[in-house]
Write a protein of this length. Structure first.
Length: 194
């Protein structure tokens, strides 16, 4: 018997006569606002990200404008119209480090917290592809925005590698000096496609 089995055995023994208890799961799932897109854009902006809310027909032109001819990581499965005129960067760590940025979609976005969640699905890339380049351009479709965390978790597969993004990467040292770009992209730009 290993330590894990021993500990679990002790727990089972301690609760063997305990009655079954139903755990209430009545989480609040809607913030007191009707416009999730506006709330999401406001919260993402609060995190010092750059936000554009555009009709879906204007998204490809905006991506082309933002990306220009820069070397961008374009993950497998990214809609071709979102690749813009970017020169595609390779996938090795050295190539990712040399890239100007990455263009991705997302799995879900959370209005209440301004959080974007990636699950390495089509068009989202690997964790390295989204954390190594210094610039991240993420396209969020309006229908991907949910009110709160419980709704987001319900849409996600916990077996997939999840990356939760709330603004550009930032940290503060003991003197509270904010430094961006330490653990991921220094610049996060979000296009919300309506």
């Amino acid at each position: 018997m290993n330590a894990r089995e021993e500990i679990l055995g002790r727990i089972r023994q301690a609760v063997r006569d305990a009655p079954e208890v139903e755990i209430p799961r009545a989480y609040r799932t809607r913030p007191p606002v009707a416009d999730l897109v506006s709330l999401f854009a406001e919260r993402v902006d609060d995190y010092r990200a750059i936000v554009h809310v555009l009709p879906s027909a204007e998204v490809p032109d905006k991506i082309t404008e933002l990306v220009g001819g820069r070397r961008m990581v374009v993950p497998d499965g990214l809609p071709p119209q979102w690749a813009g005129q970017a020169e595609r960067a390779g996938g090795s760590l050295a190539e990712l480090d040399a890239a100007d940025g990455v263009v991705t979609g997302c799995a879900v976005a959370i209005a209440e917290t301004g959080t974007i969640v990636l699950d390495a699905g089509p068009g989202q890339g690997s964790r390295a592809q989204t954390l190594v380049p210094d610039y991240h351009l993420c396209v969020v479709r309006a229908e991907q925005i949910v009110a709160g965390v419980p709704e987001a978790v319900a849409r996600l597969d916990p077996a997939r590698p999840l990356t939760w993004i709330s603004g550009p990467s930032a940290t503060s040292d003991i003197e509270l000096n904010r430094v961006e770009g330490v653990h991921g992209p220094r610049t996060l730009e979000v296009i919300v496609s309506t």
